[in-house]
Design a protein around this ligand. Structure first.
Ligand code: DX5
Ligand code: ZN
Length: 228
């Protein structure tokens, strides 16, 4: 699978979301950061905005819920039109039940891990998921510096995916840019969220293409990929 690039609209102009979505039409998914000012110290948008955005673009929506009580809210994002819904492991009361509910409603189910949350306790849950998101910054804000110390976790997750023969996508989010994306791909990521690196560029569509080319180059050289 070619690397997937998901621009984060957190770095876009919220008053022009439909245009900002069109500006990255070659992207694989549009990453939508939902924050509730409880799980993270920031507040963004909710179900009505996702509903409108889903009508305004053909690019599928990848909703990243940085909220408490995702068990209660996540299904509503599927109904609002999200193609993929990510809840945080630290916030979910019943992650298996929630992942099954998201899938049953017709979206891809995904779970996110904050930097201090290890992947190993979730090994047996991985078959219940379509994607695992490894945060490479503390969630809450765009434009933060990439945490290199997350690279070993990405490698260990890729190894678990291989060990169990899973179709799981491995997403990274936070500080992904031209200077960090190859390291992420080399470690085993295959879905890349980029906010400031895309919307801070003079040509966002070109930034998406350039990031994808770089990620593909990183993957082609990677041992986890070459060994297949
Ligand atoms: C941060 C969000 C990210 C954010 C990434 O909590 O989950 O999706 O938009 O922004 P950059 O790419 O600028 O780090
Ligand atoms: Zn995000």
């Amino acid at each position: 699978m070619a690397a997937q690039i998901n621009p984060s609209i957190l770095s876009a102009d919220f008053a022009r979301l439909a245009d900002e979505a069109k500006a990255v039409e070659g992207a694989d998914w549009l990453h939508v950061d939902v924050m509730d000012n409880h799980f993270v110290p920031n507040l963004t948008l909710g179900v009505p905005v996702v509903e409108s955005l889903a009508r305004a673009t053909d690019t599928p929506l990848d909703c990243h819920l940085m909220i408490e009580a995702p068990d209660r809210w996540a299904p509503q994002y599927v109904e609002a039109g999200a193609g993929s819904v990510t809840f945080h492991a630290e916030a979910a009361a019943a992650p298996v039940r929630l992942a099954r509910e998201i899938r049953a409603k017709g979206a891809r189910a995904s779970m996110a891990l904050k930097p201090a949350t290890p992947v190993e306790p979730y090994e047996d849950l991985l078959p219940e998921l379509d994607m695992l998101l490894i945060m490479t910054v503390e969630p809450g804000f765009g434009g933060q510096a990439f945490l290199d110390i997350m690279l070993p976790k990405i490698r260990r997750t890729r190894e678990l995916i291989r060990k169990h023969g899973l179709e799981l996508w491995l997403q990274v989010d936070g500080g992904v840019s031209a200077s960090t994306i190859e390291r992420c791909a080399d470690a085993g990521a295959d879905v890349f969220v980029a906010g400031s690196a895309v919307y801070g560029a003079s040509d966002p569509a070109e930034a998406v293409r350039a990031l994808r080319t770089q990620a593909d180059a990183g993957t082609a050289k990677a041992s986890w990929f070459c060994d297949h």
